[in-house]
Design a protein around this ligand. Structure first.
Ligand code: GCV
Length: 699
């Protein structure tokens, strides 16, 4: 049993049961899937007689639909939906007769799938109706729209907060326990084999326009290294076939040292011809098994994972070697830029982790092959609640890039705390990289103009789902998965529009006022979380390793390079070029200037860029210390309000969902109080400055 999220029966029942028809010159796995979707999901009839149908789905046999409106790279996935006035003699008596016919047209069967789900969404949310003639033409704004599973073959999920992997593990098992304490599982068959669950997941992903997925964690260890070989590959093929019928290509994360670990070789040096041949043979055998395989995701020379630098080679040497093996088959390499010194010494003030991605990759700009993509986390650190844009994104001029986001709430509340993250992601996607440019220099567009092959750019995010009945731990965290797909498709859609769509589909019984209440909770939740956690962009005050709950000094004297440098006088990291680590100089001139100076640095990022006294006055007019106190008190109060607001929604939300969120809200309140009291107490003790409002701080 599992939740049907935004594609639930009640919502789908609001679509009139009309006759559908699919017209395609060639039947393929996607058109077959489409027919099954109409029959099984909508319980509607499908006829081969298009003139008898109320809704006709048409694949053109040439690239003519929308061709003049689209960029060439968009044409395959674009669609148009036309609602036309219906001749009066063509209604059907035996079902709820619509007043119009609808035609969805696309150039490919994949485009038609996108059009189909868009139509379903439109009918459920009532932005499309049989009564209102209209034409909608749409196409994705990103070419690659990818989900990365951090799933491991023992069934656990790294940074997963919704139970075990749906791909790996034992059938029906779902533990939240620490897998490190488990006896080793049978590694001869790590696959769960729950194809029903996988098919449902593929449907959710397709319905929001996702077109690529990496099945396994980027930390590829132990038997997971063998996923690229038989017998595991044949099991991957079964999964890939399901995903492919939904227009989603399958990728695998690989271990760079595979030639040694699997091939028994002495080296994994990318410039060694035998190593190159080994990879070519492996890739050939993968494509012999899975002809539409997407390619590899690689975490190399990062956090202890092997990579080319161990052989004195560069990331370009490593990535291109894999790229050349994949090129013959149309495959790609997604090479992560999350590379930094994870054995830093806190005493060393010269090393700044935020500078690492730029330092490692900018010298290699232009050296990567066309089928190699560098995947860059949107911020320079690691998915904190507030980070500036990763300067690497603006600096690379001749390299394919994917911007990486994290849906799983590693630092953002573990899907216990309500946290709708889209406002943050979207501000990164839409961030301008210059101030005065006339060209579209926003991240979402820039990555295309900087690429050698526009097909090889896009957005990716780490998934937040698992075997939990509701998929995401906290049911409201389903929205983040939904929102990521919608943002990839169109970053101009506002956080409110997307939340509204999701609420309408997921909670069809809510009345208007209740929907507004829920939207209000969701839209404020990211700011609320920021309020009670680390202030003003400083980040990383979390419990080490676990990353839930406060530990103000938890990472202060460790090796991971994540410091706040609070002392009795002030707090923050001086990253200026004038007196600090020089990180600001990695930005294009306008942004570098903005962040270099206290006066022009936005309040919310102040402590990321500057070390300031507690008495420093923000643009808001408050001092830093008073801001810390006020936001932390406000954050807890807001969670208390959420509890009341959620109470008021009880009547029209299914019990299991209501109880799930109510229970988590209590945990969130406890978490928020811990944060408030520890952060406020810590900074009161450090600064000796009292709260202006004399609220309770534990001195
Ligand atoms: C998959 C952070 C996380 C790790 C993760 C890593 C990465 O360090 O804490 O769990 O590893 O990012 O993105 O590779």
């Amino acid at each position: 049993m599992f939740d049907s999220m935004w594609l639930n029966e009640t919502s789908l029942q609001s679509i009139p049961t009309v006759i559908w028809s699919i017209c395609a010159y060639e039947e393929d796995t996607c058109t077959i899937r489409l027919r099954q979707e109409i029959i099984n999901m909508l319980h509607a009839p499908v006829t081969t007689q298009a003139d008898q149908a109320d809704i006709v789905l048409v694949v053109e046999n040439k690239h003519c639909v929308n061709a003049d409106l689209m960029q060439p790279w968009q044409i395959d996935e674009s669609y148009s939906i036309t609602v036309a006035a219906k001749p009066s003699n063509n209604t059907h008596d035996d079902h709820q007769a619509p007043h119009a016919t609808i035609c969805v047209r696309a150039n490919t069967s994949v485009g038609l799938l996108h059009g189909f789900y868009a139509l379903i969404r439109g009918l459920v949310t009532r932005t499309i109706s049989f009564d209102c003639p209209c034409t909608i033409t749409d196409a994705p704004r990103q070419s690659i729209r990818m989900i990365d599973q951090w799933d491991q073959i023992d069934g656990s999920v790294e940074r997963g907060y919704a139970g075990e992997s749906i791909f790996f593990g034992a059938m029906n098992s779902n533990s939240h326990a620490d897998f490190r304490s488990f006896p080793p599982r049978d590694t001869t068959n790590p696959f769960r084999g729950d194809f029903e669950r996988i098919e449902a997941y593929a449907r959710f992903l397709a319905s929001i326009g996702i077109n690529a997925i990496a099945l396994n964690n980027v930390n590829v260890r132990g038997a997971a290294t063998e996923l690229i070989t038989q017998p595991f590959l044949s099991r991957v093929k079964q999964i890939a076939a399901i995903l492919s019928s939904f227009g989603i290509r399958t990728f695998l994360s690989i271990n760079f040292a595979s030639p040694k670990r699997l091939g028994g070789m002495q080296t994994a040096d990318p410039c060694d011809s035998e190593v190159q041949q080994w990879w070519t043979d492996i890739v050939d055998s993968i494509y012999a098994t899975i002809p539409d395989f997407g390619g590899f995701v690689v975490k190399a020379d990062s956090e202890g994972e092997p990579g080319p630098m161990q052989y004195g080679r560069t990331h370009a040497d490593g990535a291109n070697m894999l790229g050349r093996a994949l090129a013959a088959h149309g495959g790609i390499v997604i090479w992560r830029a999350f590379v930094y010194n994870s054995k830093q010494d806190w005493r060393d003030r010269t090393t700044d982790r935020a500078k690492a991605a730029y330092e490692n990759f900018v010298p290699l700009d232009g050296q990567f092959d066309d089928n190699v993509i560098i995947q860059v986390k949107f911020g320079p650190m690691d998915f904190q609640v507030r980070e500036p844009l990763n300067p690497l994104i603006a600096a690379m001029r001749h390299t394919n890039m994917i911007v990486e986001y994290q849906i799983t709430a590693e630092y953002l509340g573990h899907q216990i705390d309500i946290n709708y993250v889209l406002p943050q992601w979207r501000s990164m996607a839409l961030q301008h990289t210059t101030v005065h440019s006339v060209a579209d220099d926003r991240v979402c567009s820039l990555i295309r103009s900087r690429s050698a092959d526009v097909h090889n750019t896009g957005f990716a995010a780490v998934s937040n789902i698992g075997m939990d009945e509701n998929w995401t731990g906290n049911s409201l965290a389903q929205l983040n998965l939904y929102a990521f797909g919608r943002m990839c498709w169109n970053p101009e859609l506002t956080a409110q529009t997307i939340a509204r769509e999701w609420v309408a589909q997921t909670f069809p019984h809510l009345e208007l006022g209740e929907r507004n209440t829920l939207e209000e909770i969701l839209l404020s939740s990211n700011q609320t979380y920021e309020n009670y956690t680390s202030p003003l962009g400083v980040g990383f005050m979390v419990t080490p390793a676990v990353h839930y709950g406060p530990a103000v000094d938890g990472y202060e004297f460790d090796r991971w390079g994540t410091y706040h440098f609070a002392d009795r006088n002030g707090i923050g990291v001086d990253r200026t070029t004038a007196s600090g680590s020089g990180y600001t100089s990695q930005y294009p001139t306008d942004l570098a200037e903005q962040y270099e100076h206290l006066e022009s640095t936005p309040d919310e990022l102040l402590l990321f860029f500057h070390h300031v006294p507690y008495t420093h006055t923000l643009h808001s007019g408050k001092t830093v210390i008073q801001h810390i106190y006020d936001t932390h008190f406000a954050g807890v109060e807001r969670v208390q309000q959420y509890i009341q607001q959620w109470d008021a929604l009880r009547e029209h939300i299914p019990d299991s969902t209501w109880n799930n969120v109510a229970d988590r809200l209590q945990q969130q309140l406890e978490n928020a109080r811990n944060w408030r009291d520890q952060v406020n107490t810590f900074f009161y003790r450090m600064s000796g400055i009292a709260d202006e409002h004399n609220r309770e701080i534990f001195a």
